[in-house]
Design a binder for this molecule. Structure first.
Ligand code: TXA
Ligand code: MG
Length: 319
């Protein structure tokens, strides 16, 4: 079984030796490999059970010169980097030919790059002096981990090192944005919202993006083990749980009179709710109940990141 440690030197030694290491970031834990070590990158795909055409995010230090890997850094990207790096924002930029193994990019002509804000991740990057590729450290399609223990329970038969950096501050994956000189497009919602990005950029939304890969468009993703249903209206919960003949673990944003079922009221702000979402879904998954029912957040653009993840985690409660 994997070993959890707080010793960064052990983690750095393994990365230098071409091994994979689970590392903390401010968003979720990542399963990291030296971006210049193809055998380690292959191991990441194999351990996660991830299709090889599903490209990885390359993690860098915020002050590294990105032109090592990209053809150029558009002004819009420079503005976003200044505003949000290090932090939970991934930029999709044009790849410099042959700058990195095609295993990282899935052979695409763009590359996803972010500078994590977690001090342990930064120390590893600076210690290695090279970027780290790191998808979320969960088996493909399952809920991303926000603690070292979550990583360990996700891979019970693997034996890579897990660097414990505490519970992740953000709690859901980074916002992904395609950014060019002409404009920008959000490919995955996160806690850095489209409004926050629009407020920085004096540029339009990109229109002609037909050739852009959109992450996580698989219908189901972020899945707990127990069946999960979501609903817009808490009034549906009791009648439909009874109709299903199920004893649910209930997560809501609004007030809810539980029928004696365990219930967790999620916080009322996006950042606090993001911090709790995956963590509380795991608590629900580990409970003795036989399913999870969750209320969707308010129907407002700033809640998109949370709503999107809930909808990919399950099915709509018919009602
Ligand atoms: O917060 C995060 O972003 C975490 C932490 C560990 O950094 N990482 C993460 O990685 O969520 P992952 O692999 O679970 O999700 C990365 C997403 C994938 O859906 C992938 O398709 C997309 O990024 N992606 C990677 N390269 C891309 C590219 N060139 N164009 C479009 N999407 C890309
Ligand atoms: Mg993931």
């Amino acid at each position: 079984m994997s070993v959890i440690t707080t010793d960064q030197r052990l983690a750095l030694a393994d990365l230098k030796a071409g091994k994979i290491v689970a590392i903390p970031t401010e968003t979720v834990y990542g399963l990291a490999a030296d971006a210049y070590c193809e055998s380690a990158i292959r191991q990441v795909f194999a351990v996660k059970g991830r299709p090889v055409d599903h490209p990885l995010i390359m993690h860098v230090s915020a002050n590294w010169d990105l032109t090592t890997w990209v053809t150029f850094v558009p002004t819009n990207a420079k503005i976003l980097i200044k505003a949000f790096w290090p932090g939970p924002l991934t930029l999709i930029l044009d790849l410099k030919p042959n700058a990195i193994s095609p295993l990282v990019t899935g052979g695409q002509t763009t590359i996803a790059i972010r500078a994590p804000a977690h001090v342990a991740a930064q120390a590893l990057l600076n210690g290695l002096g090279r970027p780290l590729v790191a998808p979320s450290a969960n088996p493909f399609g399952k809920i991303s981990p926000t603690t070292a223990l979550h990583v360990q329970t996700g891979f019970p038969t693997e034996d890579f090192l897990i660097l414990d950096g505490g519970r992740c501050d953000v709690g859901i994956e980074s916002t992904i944005v395609r950014v060019t000189e002409q404009g920008y497009k959000i490919l995955r919602a996160g806690t850095i919202t489209i409004d926050a990005i629009a407020a920085c950029l004096n540029s339009p939304l990109l229109q002609n993006t037909a050739n852009l890969r959109v992450p996580g468009k698989l219908e189901q993703h972020y899945q707990p083990i127990k069946p999960l249903w979501y609903t817009m209206d808490v009034a549906n919960i009791i009648p439909y749980a009874n109709q299903l003949g199920k004893k649910p673990y209930v997560l809501t944003f609004s007030a809810f009179e539980s029928m004696g079922w365990p219930c967790y009221r999620l916080p009322q702000t996006v950042n606090e709710a993001a911090y709790e979402l995956y963590y509380q879904l795991r608590v629900a998954d580990d409970s003795a109940q036989d399913c999870i029912i969750i209320e969707l957040p308010p129907n407002h653009p700033q809640w998109e990141a949370i709503a999107e993840r809930i909808m990919k985690a399950g099915r709509k409660l018919q009602g």
